[in-house]
Ligand binder design. Structure first.
Ligand code: ADP
Ligand code: MG
Length: 703
């Protein structure tokens, strides 16, 4: 149960003065969670993105146009907009001993302004002054206060991300309301650590960030921000450790055998495994044989051959008479895996089925029945796999591909479908180690670092969009030679409307290219039905079409070894990781491949550096690390927002160095107090609630 001390922080924002249901809805939208009330704790952890410095207090004579100033002026004259010209601004002339300043208001109410700025009175005005017609003026000053209220004017005013309809003043007021409700919380951090880092208390840190004394207080490096980041990382590590301890206690079941099924699969392969594939399979087989639960991450660049490792892992548990499930994030990818696996499995006598949201009716029922009685050894699918109706006879191994699209939550859901299910997570995004720790905590890691033998490097070039005609010509030559080409269209923005924008761009490109190359071009995009997409992929895969215009739906996992050219339009709009993934769609066969990154010039310095990295290396790990250095962690994960998914406060580029201490602290705490009952343990429980890691509390061993 949540400590009652925290109740005020978990109450709906409507409990705060000045926040009604309408405003609360806006806060929900801002926090990106429409399904539950916006709460004080959400608001307090909604940290400023910067600040406005109002400390400059010049005389009017000395005001530098374009800067934010706070000036003391006397109100001289009101000049309301003439009645017949309501759209003309309402102006107010003010002055000090050294000059004049005109305040300009559009759509203003006369009585409101007369009350705010009474004629003849002294007022402090804060905002950005500009020159207009040689006169100093200020349009809609940010702040107007009388002398007696001057101390209430925040000299360093934090700036927050807002949403349409939600103003900064409403935000401020709500935050102050929430701060007022902040209870005195017991300290959960180690006292010596706190002192050594000069960290303020949790409450002081929040107060300092929402009422900064200096702009520097709002830097992620500041003691206040760092303290909260450490809190968040500690909560994350603690939760992961509790999950881990829980999984360890539930004894695993060893699945081992002679390995004859594996041998059969290997014999059916048209190639030999790379050394790192062999190593990964050995790691997994060893884990599976042990009577504890495996939680292993298989990291491998695109095209490094994770699918076959997954199949060999499955073969191990299947040989022991149990079942395996492979879950992919998209329909296309699930079908692709199925297509790769099915023929190999068949030769080895493994019974495979596919189950996705698209499977309905009799066939689906039949698959479910066969799964439940154990007539299917390996099921490949999408989210559909963790629906309630899906039951296994004896699920031993859950394999989850491209994990960062799923949450820990879903991983656990799949694991619950069996007894002591072993877990293998595949990721094509080469996540730097710091991030692995943040997301997964202590997972065993296998890496596929080399590409399968025989692969040629991909010739990557950057080309300005102005030379698109030459690119089309080059594509034409490739098509005439019988090559297959992907043409990826720009990403516009991430929203419903934007998806339409992407689509329009792709459709237009499709039309144009179809005219150039009649009968050879096809289009694939996210709005198409699954079956349509599959058919388009199949036509391309069989070579019936040669040029596939696509939105980023082809990003993940699609495998057509004959494809040798990848054109990416507006490459500068994609994340590096995403570009790397896209490029990985070619260079999968034995032919020499090319990737053309079309960009709109001029490119900024960072954009230039990013594209250059991609041109210079194919090592996904290096790309991820460089990307992290250049842009922060958001892009590494292919997400375009800044920050790590699931983390509000911690930024891995700034606070990454706190992860190690958070891990050490966690192991120390749990070794002394595994059920979190000491005073510090109790305080840490509060921490888990505050950062929404409290699901883990249910896993604490009782007694
Ligand atoms: P990933 O999922 O890691 O991106 P895949 O498992 O889809 O990569 O494999 C990419 C391609 O490489 C597939 O066509 C697969 O058949 C092939 N492949 C996998 N392992 C090897 C290997 N050791 N030698 C040659 N080709 C391989
Ligand atoms: Mg794959």
């Amino acid at each position: 149960m949540r400590p009652s001390l925290l109740d005020p922080l978990f109450a709906s924002l409507t409990a705060l003065p000045g926040v009604g249901p309408k405003l609360e809805k806006l806060f929900r939208r801002l926090f990106g969670n429409l399904d539950r009330p916006a709460r004080a704790v959400d608001l307090l952890l909604h940290l400023p993105t910067g600040s406005v410095d109002r400390r400059a207090r010049p005389l009017l004579r000395d005001v530098e146009p374009g800067t934010v100033v706070t000036v003391a002026v006397t109100v001289d004259r009101h000049r309301p907009s003439p009645p017949h010209r309501a759209r003309a601004p309402y102006r107010i002339d003010t002055s000090d001993d050294t000059g004049t300043l005109t305040l300009t208001y559009f759509n203003a109410r006369k009585d409101y302004l007369e009350n705010l700025l009474p004629k003849g009175e002294l007022r402090y005005i804060s905002g950005t002054a500009t020159m207009y017609d040689g006169m100093l003026q200020m349009t809609h000053p940010d702040r107007v206060v009388s002398e007696s209220d001057l101390d209430k004017l925040p000299m360093i005013e934090p700036v927050y991300p807002l949403t349409e309809g939600l103003g900064i003043n409403q935000m401020r007021k709500a935050i102050d309301g929430a701060l007022a409700k902040l209870p005195a919380l017991p300290e959960w951090q180690d006292a010596a650590w706190l002192k050594r880092n000069k960290f303020p208390s949790f409450a002081e840190a929040l107060k300092g960030l929402h009422h900064p004394a200096e702009p520097a207080d709002l830097m992620p490096e500041s003691p206040g921000w760092s303290r909260l980041a450490y809190d968040e990382l500690l909560a994350g590590q603690l939760a992961l450790a509790l999950v881990r301890a829980h999984q360890r206690r539930q004894h695993g079941r060893g699945s081992s055998g002679e390995g004859f099924l594996r041998a059969k699969v290997i014999a059916a392969l048209p190639y030999s495994l790379t050394p790192s594939q062999v190593q990964a399979v050995n790691d997994i087989v060893t884990d599976l044989a042990l009577p504890h639960r495996m939680v292993r991450l298989l990291q491998g660049d695109v095209g490094s051959g994770k699918t076959v490792v997954a199949l060999l892992a499955s073969a191990t548990v299947i040989e022991a008479g149990r079942q395996a499930a492979l879950m992919a994030p998209t329909e296309i990818l699930a079908r692709q895996h199925f297509a790769t696996i099915a023929p190999l499995a068949e030769k080895a006598g493994i019974r495979v089925a596919i189950l996705t949201g698209r499977d309905r009716g009799k066939e689906r029922t039949e698959t479910l029945d066969r799964l439940a009685i154990g007539e299917i050894d390996l099921v490949v699918g999408t989210h559909a796999l963790f629906q309630d109706e899906v039951a296994f006879r004896d699920l031993a191994l859950a394999i989850i591909d491209e994990q960062h699209r799923f949450g820990v939550h879903q991983r656990l859901a799949l694991a619950r479908k069996g007894e002591a299910v072993d877990m293998l997570v595949l990721t094509a995004t080469p996540i730097p180690r710091t991030l692995v720790l943040a997301f997964f905590g202590d997972m065993e890691i296998s890496e596929l670092r080399e590409k399968p033998a025989g692969r040629l490097p991909i010739d990557t070039r950057t080309v300005p969009l102005s030379r698109i005609d030459e690119v089309v010509e080059a594509v034409g030559r490739a098509l005439d030679e019988g090559q297959r080409v992907y043409w990826v269209c720009p990403l516009v923005e991430e929203s419903e409307v934007a998806e339409m924008g992407d689509l329009a761009a792709a459709e237009e490109r499709f039309k144009a290219l179809s005219q150039h190359f009649p009968d050879r071009v096809d289009l694939i995009h996210g709005r198409m039905k699954g079956a349509e997409k599959d058919r388009a992929m199949e036509r391309f895969s069989r070579g019936e079409t040669q040029l596939l215009v696509a939105t980023t739906v082809i990003e993940v996992g699609v495998d057509v070894p004959e494809a040798t050219v990848m054109v990416i339009e507006h490459a500068e709009r994609f994340g590096l990781a995403q570009l790397h993934q896209l490029r990985g769609r070619v260079g999968r066969g034995t032919g020499r491949s090319t990737c053309l990154l079309l960009y709109r010039s001029p490119l900024g310095e960072t954009a230039k550096a990013r594209l250059a990295i991609l041109r210079d290396t194919e090592d996904g790990f290096r790309i991820a690390e460089e990307d992290l250095r250049l842009r922060g962690e958001g892009d590494v994960l292919g997400t375009r927002q800044s920050g790590m998914p699931g983390f509000h406060v911690a930024r891995i580029d700034v606070h990454g160095k706190l992860l190690g201490p958070a891990r050490d602290d966690t192991s120390l705490v749990l070794s002394r107090d595994p059920s979190l009952t000491s005073p510090r343990g109790e305080a840490l429980r509060s921490l888990l609630y505050l950062f929404e890691r409290d699901e883990a509390i249910g896993l604490i061993r009782s007694g």
